[in-house]
Ligand binder design. Sequence first.
Ligand SMILES: Cc1cc2nc3c(=O)[nH]c(=O)nc-3n(C[C@H](O)[C@H](O)[C@H](O)COP(=O)(O)OP(=O)(O)OC[C@H]3O[C@@H](n4cnc5c(N)ncnc54)[C@H](O)[C@@H]3O)c2cc1C
Length: 146
Amino acid sequence: MLDRTTPHIAIAGGGIGGLAVALALHQQGTPVRVYEKAAKLTEVGAGLSVWNNATHVLKALGLLNAAIAKGQVITQLVLKSEDGKVLNRTWVNQYATPALGMHRADLHTLLRQQLSPNRIQLNHTFQRRYEQVGQKVHVSSSRLLP
Ligand SMILES: Cc1cc2nc3c(=O)[nH]c(=O)nc-3n(C[C@H](O)[C@H](O)[C@H](O)COP(=O)(O)OP(=O)(O)OC[C@H]3O[C@@H](n4cnc5c(N)ncnc54)[C@H](O)[C@@H]3O)c2cc1C
């Protein structure tokens, strides 16, 4: 259980990036907490192409199979002219992990479900005020931690 006196890594923003970093650190045993300015983590977004480098990270997080189950494997990118003529074709199926098409909300949910709710502090906006004192960095934020 984290409280405000427990040293931890603070991550500003509970988007895909913030949650992925939080999960990676958490899995390494590092105390971490995500501070998100929104009052609620809503399942917003549209379709994402999750490229092979990103699915490589999902594999390391233990989420690749779950992501594949939620999305569609992409094997090639085809660029066509207005009249349907193929201008360029790029295969993306020769890497160790697949490229996927999936909804941002599904990816966000997958990541979020791996973190206990007390690792995500909602309604908390980080102000951009940092002060370095020796080896410590003081971060001013808009609310006191609970
Ligand atoms: C239309 C569109 C299509 C895209 N398609 C693709 C695609 O196909 N493939 C792909 O890889 N990428 C795509 N992207 C880019 C991808 O969505 C972003 O790179 C990715 O979502 C960025 O993640 P993030 O976590 O850094 O930021 P975000 O998802 O933007 O999350 C940032 C979070 O931080 C919170 N926040 C911001 N400021 C503060 C603060 N001061 N304090 C606390 N919380 C804060 C916000 O509320 C938000 O929840 C697309 C982007 C757009 C707009």
